[in-house]
Design a protein around this ligand. Structure first.
Ligand code: FMN
Length: 184
């Protein structure tokens, strides 16, 4: 199975750092998964305004559509997800992520906005009919040292647990045909 790990920030390092930590823990639980990180900061983003899509956006869409599962790592911007992440979701087919496993990691400057995951990101993934794992991890600046290493042990344990559940959701997804028997 191909797992796309999405680093949804355009600058900064913590969103990528927590994502790579999840990558490491997933490998511990299942070394057969094919893991690829997509850094949004490497892409020339284009807003969905009806203009022809550039090569980076076409590549991003293709990676989302070809993946069998996702880890979404996002910073919190203005009490929400960054525009580039919402824009990416707007670009992909509503069926592209159907019945595929997703885990979320998020980080903000403070703990105040952890419910952005519950109230804003999860409803989008529910719309896509993703298999969203019940556990997500929210980090904040104080969980990292000055080199952006995660220093909080509880966060490490929660990330390991997230990885453990995610690989089980991968198995569930593999056994679930993606074509629905209804017309929706
Ligand atoms: C434009 C902008 C808006 C932000 N808004 C919030 C916010 O509403 N709540 C919050 O907790 N952190 C906010 N932050 C802090 C970022 O979430 C935090 O710096 C980021 O998660 C760090 O990750 P990074 O190192 O990958 O960039 C904001 C940062 C930026 C640049």
């Amino acid at each position: 199975m191909k797992i796309l790990l999405v680093d949804g920030t355009m600058f900064g390092a913590k969103t990528g750092a927590v994502l790579r930590q999840v990558e490491q823990y997933i490998k511990e639980f299942n070394s057969d998964l094919e893991l690829e990180i997509l850094y949004f900061s490497d892409l020339k983003h284009q807003i969905l305004d009806g203009s022809p899509l550039n090569e980076d956006m076409k590549m991003m869409i293709q990676k989302f559509e070809e993946a069998d599962g996702y880890i979404i790592s996002t910073p919190i911007f203005q009490a929400s997800i960054p525009g580039v992440l919402k824009n990416a979701f707007d670009m992909i087919s509503p069926k592209a992520m159907r019945y595929k496993p997703v885990s979320i990691v998020a980080n903000g400057g403070t703990s105040q906005h952890h419910l952005v995951v519950e109230n804003q990101l999860k409803p989008i993934l529910d719309y896509f009919r993703c298999l969203v794992t019940p556990n997500y991890v929210y980090t904040q600046n104080s969980h990292y040292d000055e080199n952006n290493h995660i220093i909080d042990q509880d966060i490490h344990e929660r990330l390991r647990e997230l990885a453990r559940v995610f690989v089980q959701y991968c198995k569930l997804s593999e056994s679930l045909p993606k074509t629905p028997i209804d017309n929706h």
